[in-house]
Design a protein around this ligand. Structure first.
Ligand code: PRP
Ligand code: MN
Ligand code: MG
Length: 182
């Protein structure tokens, strides 16, 4: 557990559950994109672990680009303010773009991102998110592929952070309340 054991309240999704779901999602994407070259656009930093495992599971020729946006800062709820910290460094026009996200919480990040990327004239654009919190959604975002719908509680691990920590956990978990107060 990378030494985080004492901070973990409970494990929501185990490493095995996550990897099994990724294999399932990859099969679906393989079928849908057969014969096309996919451009995975990972949203830094949260999507890094998912992107890496997903790209390996996907038996299609894919390319990878990254964009960094931030809406949270170090707080645990979304501010709705999206900032580009790093833009794509290539043109995505006429490309089949699959946006890779770790989690859709309020939906504000993705809704903003889809508008932004959609304006760059991709051949197609879809979203693949590992997690979604249906009870937290403020704006509806069309998401083609979703791994798990989860309850509206703050989770960390597998790319998701609290104040930049816990991203390196291979599973998804909640934190003990005292972690937030210290
Ligand atoms: C988190 C998460 C998603 C976004 C979801 O990123 O990785 O990108 O928030 O929230 P929303 O649906 O309410 O907009 P964050 O802004 O914390 O940056 P990070 O990926 O670098 O942690
Ligand atoms: Mn993120
Ligand atoms: Mg974050």
């Amino acid at each position: 557990d990378h030494g985080y054991g004492p901070d973990i309240d409970h494990v929501l999704l185990s490493e095995e559950q996550i990897q099994a779901k990724i294999a399932e999602m990859a099969e679906q994407v393989e079928r849908d994109y057969a014969g096309r070259e996919v451009l995975l656009v990972g949203v830094l930093k949260g999507a890094v672990l998912f992107m890496s495992d997903f790209a390996r599971a996907l038996r299609l020729p894919t390319q990878m680009e990254f964009m960094a946006v931030s809406s949270y800062g170090s707080a645990t709820s979304s501010s709705g303010v999206v900032r580009i910290l790093k833009d794509l460094d290539r043109d995505i026009s006429d490309r089949h773009v699959l946006v890779i996200e770790d989690i859709i919480d309020s939906g504000l990040t993705l809704s903003w991102l889809l508008k932004n990327l959609g304006g760059r004239r991709p051949a197609s654009i879809e979203v693949c998110a590992l997690l979604r919190k249906p009870d937290a959604v403020k704006v509806d975002v069309p998401v083609r592929y979703v791994g798990f719908d989860i309850p509206n509680e703050f989770v960390v691990g597998y790319g998701l952070d609290y104040a930049e920590r816990y991203r390196d956990l291979p599973y998804i978990a909640t934190l003990k309340p005292e972690v937030y107060s210290s």
